[in-house]
Design a protein around this ligand. Structure first.
Ligand code: FAD
Ligand code: DLZ
Ligand code: SF4
Length: 558
């Protein structure tokens, strides 16, 4: 008689309608969730990210049991835990005398390669199913890309609009335009009053996990005391409702704005929930569309939100599977400089970077323009080695999985793929940051100073970048006019820019590799767990600092 079906569910597959569960007889299936050391340490993820994934996994397991599934949950501290997906699937298959394995394809090539070895290792059939939580299947994206000279996101996005029917008026786009990006670039307004994000105070299960992470991952980057992520589908749904009711209307206009100490502005903070599977991306879009239809949110905001999800998110995932494994090694601009230490410490006089790193450390989050135009832009124009930047981004954000992090970092921010994804590099001087933020006014550097002592480092670095890659970019229609400006400057001014950039680059202190990958402790599941951590005092302290920053911003406006 055939044994039971083993259904491994990975940490970012926490969806009750997962393809591997569909049509299964609950009495003949064992659902397997595994906390494994290898996944926590292949890079040293931000502490909040590990706590979020473990807590969401434990809550999900409890919900599955309530729904009548038999769940086998392997904890990190279980003494027999082998520390890897493959080891745990093998142990579980033996334990339950499984006759077959049914699993949904993983988000990452690294894990897919492991999974492809399971059938042979286990000696039973292993069915790897497509992940139906994406609007566009991997093969469908390949077909879309096949034979195209340029893989333009906007073209793909329109295909997805037609496919989903989102914001469509007959055959054309709602409102007559496909894209309202031009209405998504308002500079920060001194009267901006973004509503607070909902509080998701850690329950007992999350507190246990926080204690575990504090103990076992003490050498990882990031604060834990400010943990405020939804860990269940119900909480994620509450976050979505709050976003649609309170923030969506402002999302479009201020999508690209940055304000010191205001970490969230009108962003949704839904990426962690969507990537874990607690929220369905299409459902998020339909809820936003309903707000537009009800007259509660303007079209530029709703279209902007829908574009990020069925446009950018799907396109990024398609590009990951199309371009891997080469993307991980890509370095089209031959960047060789090591990642500066301040990406980890935030200790720099560049106020924009210091604020983005602070938010990253405190929240395991920074919003898109902070990631792209401050942190990514600096790495691009300073010529930082892509793989070091990629590791940093994979470590520090709670929503980071390689399938979404890598194309965003390597291709969008660093142009390491030679423009397969972005037709021109997102390189900018201090002028852009000054226009889109309030960072520069109180910065130790002067944004209007172009070179020399006290000049904003983004200014000379921008020209240094353009100059050193002239051969590549001057024939690019979208940036060629930059070189006309450069040539008009004349040799003396040009040299002043280049000398200033060189002098600044010489001051950069490289980060130690220990932050991202080096292990200073090993897996020892026999270690006792610590008594409940004393966090509260510490937590209050960090939360109070954050609130004080917000209050200070508001007072300044009054
Ligand atoms: P919002 O601004 O509210 O946007 C709504 C949703 O759109 C997001 O929740 C997300 O699901 C989706 N989205 C928007 N832009 C993108 C995009 N470029 N790629 C994929 N989804 C997108 N996103 C991740 O989920 N994980 C990452 O590791 C990640 N790394 C990034 C690295 C760089 C250098 C850049 C430039 C962007 C990165 N992004 C990443 C995309 C984006 O910055 C985040 O999705 C967003 O900041 C998450 O915050 P939010 O939920 O408030 O997003
Ligand atoms: C990121 C992560 C971490 C830190 N830990 C686990 C874990 O212990 N167990 C698990 O199932 N998943 C974890 N994950 C998420 C996986 O890395 C993710 O599912 C794969 O990379 C595929 O995207
Ligand atoms: Fe950043 Fe330059 Fe502005 Fe300072 S002056 S905040 S370094 S852009």
């Amino acid at each position: 008689m055939a044994g039971k079906t083993l259904v491994p569910i990975l940490g970012d597959q926490l969806t009750h309608t997962l393809a591997s569960l569909e049509g299964l007889d609950k009495t003949k299936a064992i659902v397997l969730l595994m906390e494994v050391w290898d996944e926590t340490r292949y890079v040293k993820h931000h502490k909040q990210k590990i706590a979020l994934i473990f807590s969401a996994m434990r809550h999900f397991a409890a919900e599955m049991e309530e729904r009548g599934w038999t769940v086998d949950y392997v904890k990190l501290t279980d003494t027999a835990n082998t520390g890897s997906f493959s080891g745990e699937v093998q142990r579980a298959a033996k334990r339950h005398k499984a006759g077959a394995v049914r699993v949904v394809e993983p988000g990452e090539l690294r894990v897919r390669q492991m999974m492809d070895g399971w059938a042979q290792a286990l000696g039973i059939p292993v069915d790897i199913l497509p992940d139906t939580r994406f609007v566009c299947a991997i093969d469908e994206f390949r077909e879309w890309a096949d034979g195209r000279r340029e893989l333009v996101m906007e073209t793909f996005y329109r295909t997805m609009r037609r496919k989903t029917g989102l914001l469509m008026a007959g055959d054309g786009p709602e409102g007559g335009e496909w894209n309202y990006d031009a209405q998504n670039r308002a500079a920060p307004d001194r009267h901006l009053r973004p509503p607070p994000v909902p509080d998701f105070a850690p329950d007992a299960m999350t507190q246990d996990v926080i204690a575990l992470v504090e103990e076992r991952f003490a050498d990882h980057f990031g604060d834990l005391a400010t943990f405020n992520w939804p860990v269940t589908a119900a909480q994620a749904d509450a976050a979505l409702t709050a976003f649609i009711d309170e923030r969506l209307a402002g999302f479009g206009k201020y999508q690209d704005a940055m304000v010191w100490g205001q970490d969230d502005l009108f962003h949704s903070l839904l990426s962690t929930s969507i990537n874990l599977g607690l929220l369905d991306p299409l459902d998020c879009c339909r809820r936003a569309e309903a707000a537009y239809q009800a007259g509660d949110a303007p079209l530029n905001a709703v279209e902007g939100f829908v574009r990020q999800i069925i446009g950018w998110r799907e396109y990024i995932r398609g590009m990951y599977w199309l371009e891997m494994p080469a993307l991980r090694e890509a370095n089209a601009l031959d960047a060789t400089r090591p990642l500066p230490e301040f990406y980890w410490t935030g200790e720099t006089d560049m106020r924009c970077i210091a604020d983005c790193v602070r938010s990253t450390r405190e929240n395991a989050h920074a919003h898109h323009i902070q990631r792209l135009m401050v942190l990514g832009n600096f790495a691009l124009i300073a010529g930082i080695v892509p793989q070091q930047v990629e590791d940093w981004f994979l470590v520090v954000y709670a929503d980071a999985y390689e399938w979404v992090e890598l194309p965003n970092v390597a291709a969008m921010a660093l142009w390491a793929d030679k423009g397969r994804l972005a037709s021109k590099p997102y390189a900018a001087s201090g002028n852009y940051i000054n226009k889109m933020s309030d960072y520069c006014g109180a910065c130790a550097y002067t944004v209007s100073r172009k070179f020399g002592p006290g000049a904003c480092p983004f200014n000379p670095l921008y020209w240094h970048f353009m100059h050193r890659h002239r051969a590549l970019f001057e024939r690019n229609r979208r940036i060629s006019r930059v070189y006309a400006n450069w040539d008009r400057m004349g040799p003396e001014k040009q040299q002043a820019y280049l000398d200033s950039a060189e002098a600044f680059l010489a001051t950069l202190k490289p980060a130690s590799s220990g932050w991202a990958t080096e292990c200073s402790s090993s897996h020892d599941s026999s270690l006792p767990l610590p008594a409940r951590r004393q966090e509260l005092a510490f937590a209050m302290d960090i939360r109070q600092q954050r609130d004080a920053r917000r209050a200070c911003y508001h007072q300044r406006d009054d």
